[in-house]
Design a binder for this molecule. Structure first.
Ligand code: 5AD
Ligand code: SF4
Length: 566
């Protein structure tokens, strides 16, 4: 192999730099190079040495340790884009960096490092992030020019893997690029930037779950928290980039999840949301079980082979909901294929598991679902909805829908509209299709629905959704809901919280009856029984009746002794 190529492979330096080294050892003195190698550095120099292994005259810090002696506490400013999983990933990153002596700031002017947690799911999400990067680039230039202060920019998450070349070569100002599975490497990557290098790690892992990293919550006052229970996705829906940016599906061991729920309960957290791309296909394979229930429900298919053994989502729900009966449990996102009866049963039995299921349909047309590779038909989906409703009375439902997917005809779109009419969704996330590179749809289909048609279909979907959710909400007027108080509405000073199906409920603050027969003011983190008196499509208004607890509220509801009245 020629020497230039060999040096390039070993050092991974760009052409020009490799050529310089090559010239040094070819023109100058091949023999002396060989001699240097013979009498040259040993293994220990390569690990913690302080001598350049190639040019022994130059003091050099080749690896981690000395670089990691951070001279001053560097301050990080976090920017989070995208889903709740990104928020939780940022809490994992913050935990890792806090351990290494970094600090956090909410003030751009104080920041030494900007870390941007990115999302690549649709073009719109990426566009927002490019605008933010423009701003940060200007900020970085000004900090250097006016204050001689070096500021670093790091790109984390889903855009990192997808756009690493563009981010580094074209944008130039990005110093660190770290994909979703390389956050443990961030202290090293940031240390490398001290020497002016750009540091990149976008390797995807088959087993990284950050199980041993206890996330540090960005908002410590919040009474709800997120817990990632699994990472990646194996479903390979044809429109979706997630399997490419986040890699293969892997679940975090059950014990570490239960431990985290316990810690959060001890800190006074009242609600946890279990997170993953497809939480209901959770499977802790470190636990051997006799259960061989491996196949998905009738009418549903997967692109991967049936997975065998291990603890499953129903087992996890059982354990997590047993930690603290006063802790509300939610979960997202789910796939309709993974709702076996065991899962539905445990949800219906446990008062603290919210009776709210995310059943992302994506489309109401069997032909479109087939092109999307969702693994079910319209009919199978509707049967599932009926089954879920019969197993969990008063269940709330939410969905994701895409309009304008490749080849979607007007008739096919109308089937989506009719599905929205048929199923009473409390919440729906509606998206115009956005073609993503690397996906199967990108390779196989044409993005042939014009933008104005996508926009128009999106508007029609929104209209049906708003009308229907308004009707659903109006039907709640007069009913009493259990609301967990979350905060204060800035404009009006009223309190707000969420009911069981995650609908926002607002009500006046004040003193209400408590368990001891006296009165006390409502605080964030209290469970309050609220009578609903008004409804819009995305918010309810109510009158608070009394303080209560989760167990008390549902005991009243189950036994029909509804003593909670105005
Ligand atoms: N275009 C539009 N929406 C998408 N989603 C995923 N990929 C795309 C895409 N390329 C939506 C799906 C998914 C949600 C998280 O984002 O509805 O459920
Ligand atoms: Fe994407 Fe489909 Fe996986 Fe959801 S289930 S993350 S839509 S590939």
């Amino acid at each position: 192999m020629n020497i230039l190529l060999r040096i390039q492979r070993l050092t991974r330096l760009p052409n020009k730099k490799s050529l310089e080294i090559c010239k040094r050892y070819t023109n100058n003195d091949r023999v002396s190079y060989k001699n240097k190698i013979k009498s040259g550095p040993g293994l220990k120099e390569f690990i913690i040495g302080n001598v350049d292994p190639v040019n022994t005259d130059v003091p050099y810090i080749p690896y981690l340790r000395q670089n990691l002696l951070i001279p001053k506490k560097r301050k990080i400013y976090f920017d989070v884009y995208g889903c709740q999983m990104n928020l939780n990933d940022t809490e994992i990153v913050w935990s890792i960096l806090k351990n290494e002596g970094f600090e956090k700031t909410e003030n751009e002017e104080d920041a030494d490092v900007f870390l941007v947690m990115t999302c690549a799911i649709r073009e719109g999400a990426e566009t927002k992030i490019w605008h933010r990067l423009d701003h940060l680039r200007g900020f970085k230039r000004r900090a250097m020019k006016n204050k001689n202060r070096p500021v670093k920019i790091g790109i984390l998450g889903c855009m990192a893997e997808r756009l690493k070349e563009k981010l580094i070569e074209k944008e130039k100002s990005v110093d660190v690029v770290a994909g979703p599975d390389s956050y443990r490497d961030l202290p090293r990557l940031l240390a490398l930037t001290d020497n002016g290098q750009t540091a990149v790690n976008v390797l995807l892992s088959l087993d990284e779950t950050y199980a041993d990293v206890v996330p540090v919550r960005l908002n410590q006052d919040c009474i709800s928290a997120f817990i990632s229970i699994m990472r990646g996705c194996d479903n390979m829906c044809t429109y979706c980039i997630v399997p490419f940016t986040r890699g293969r599906e892997r679940s975090r061991p059950v014990d570490s999840i239960v431990e985290e729920v316990q810690q959060l309960a001890d800190q006074g957290v009242k609600e946890v949301t279990l997170l993953g791309q497809n939480v209901n296909s959770y499977r802790d394979i470190s636990k051997a079980t006799e259960k061989t229930n491996t196949s998905v429900a009738k009418g549903f298919r997967t692109v991967y082979k049936n997975k065998k053994g291990g603890l499953r989502f129903a087992d996890l729900l059982d354990k997590v909901s047993s930690v603290d009966p006063e802790m509300r449990i939610r979960f997202t996102a789910a796939h309709p294929k993974d709702f076996p009866d065991e899962v539905l049963q445990i949800i219906s039995e446990r008062p603290n598991i919210c009776k709210m299921l995310h059943l992302p349909a994506q489309s109401g047309s069997t032909a479109v679902l087939d092109r999307m590779r969702r693994g079910y038909t319209r009919e199978a989906y509707l049967e599932l909805v009926d089954h879920v409703k019969s197993c969990i009375p008063a269940v709330g439902l939410s969905t994701d829908m895409i309009c304008g997917f490749c080849g979607e005809t007007e008739e096919e779109f109308e089937e989506t509209l009719s599905l929205m009419e048929l199923v009473d969704y409390n919440t729906a996330f509606l998206f115009p299709y956005s073609m993503r590179e690397k996906t199967t749809a990108y390779r196989r289909y044409e993005d042939d629905v014009p933008d104005h048609v996508k926009k128009e279909r999106h508007g029609r979907l929104l209209e049906v959704y708003r009308r229907k959710s308004q009707t659903l909400n109006e039907a709640e007027v007069g009913n009493t809901h259990l609301v967990l108080v979350e905060g204060v509405v800035k404009k009006t000073g009223q309190l707000y919280g969420r009911n069981e199906v995650y609908m926002k409920v607002v009500f006046d603050e004040g003193e209400i009856m408590s368990d001891d027969g006296g009165k006390r003011a409502m605080r964030i983190g209290d469970y309050v029984a609220v009578k609903i008196v008004g409804a819009k499509s995305s918010v309810l208004s109510g009158v608070p009746l009394c303080h209560t607890s989760l167990s008390e509220f549902y005991r009243e509801r189950i036994w029909g002794e509804n003593s909670i009245e105005l």
